[in-house]
Design a protein around this ligand. Sequence first.
Ligand code: ZN
Length: 323
Amino acid sequence: MIRQALDQLKHQIPLLDYLQGHHWQSTGRLSRGRWMGLCPLHQDHKPSFVVDTSKNLFYCYGCGRGGDVIRFAELYHQVRFPQALGLLCQWRGMAPLLHETTRLYGMQLQRHAEAVVYLQQRGVRSPELIEHMRIGYAPGGCLRGWLTQLGYPLHALHQAGLVTAAGYDAYIHRIVFPLEGNLYGRSISATAPPHRLLPGTKGGLYCWEHVRQYPEVILVEGLFDYAVLWQAGFHNVTCSMGTQLNPYQFRQLCDGMRTVYLAFDADANGSGQHATQVLAHRLNQQRVTVGTVELPKGHDPNSFFVDGADAGQFQALLEAARP
Ligand SMILES: [Zn+2]
C-alpha cells in the first residue's frame, strides 16, 4: 500500500473510534483532546494508556508502547503489518454497516412478540442485559431497504453477507447479537439452521475488554449461556462461540495471570466434556490455572438457569470445580 493510501486509511479510522469499537473505555479526559484509560495491551490496574485524538496516536506509560492505529492493531491482534492493514480495512467497511444493522434490529425487538417470548424461554429478561448485549431481532424483509435508503450500495450488503445473492435479508426470524466485526443470529424457528454468522472471523472472546481485568474468568460456549450468567450477576463471564477457540481467543485467555473456569455444555455424548479436557490441557501448558465446572448431565449454563437454578447454585459449582 502506498504512503497516500496509508494516510487515508489512518484518517478514515479515528483511533478513538477503533478503541471504543473494541470496548475500550476512557476513565478521564486530559487537556488538548487527550483521553486516559486502562491499557488494552497489557494487564493494567491503574490507567496508563493515553490517546491523543488530535494526533491520532496512543502511548502507554505502563508497557511503554505507542503509535498510530495501525501499530495499535498490530499489537492488539498480535499480527504483522500487512495483516493489521487487512483487519483495519475490513473494520472500516464493516463497522458502519454493522452499527446500522444493530440499530435497526434493536428497534425491531420490542415490535415482535415472538422474539420477546423466545428470549423469555431462554431466560433472558432484564432490560439491562438486553442493552448490555445490544440484543436485537431480525424479522427478515426490512434490512436491505433500510440500509439502501441510508445510501449503502447493494453490492456492499451482499459482500458483507447481510443480503443473499438473490437480494433477500440473510437473517430471518433470528435473535441477533452484534460481535466485533460480525453478527450472530439464533433462529427462533425449529426448521432453520440454529446458528448463523457472517462470513469471516468470529472475532475474539465476547466482551473481553470488560472481562480481562478479573482475576477469575468464566468461559462458556454460547451467547445464551453468557446472557443468563451475566444476568445472575457473574460479570466476569466471556464466550468463545463454540468449544473450538481460534488462536486469537486462546492468546487472549493466556495474556495474564488468571484462573479460567470452563463451563461448556455437559453433552450427553460427551463432546463438551472432551473439548473441556483438551482446552484445560492446553491452558495448563501455558501456566493458566483452570477450573472445570461440572453441570448436571445434559445441561448447559443456559438450561441450568432456565430450569430454575440461581446464582448461589452456580457459585457452588464454581467452588466445586475440578482443577
Ligand atoms: Zn500498556
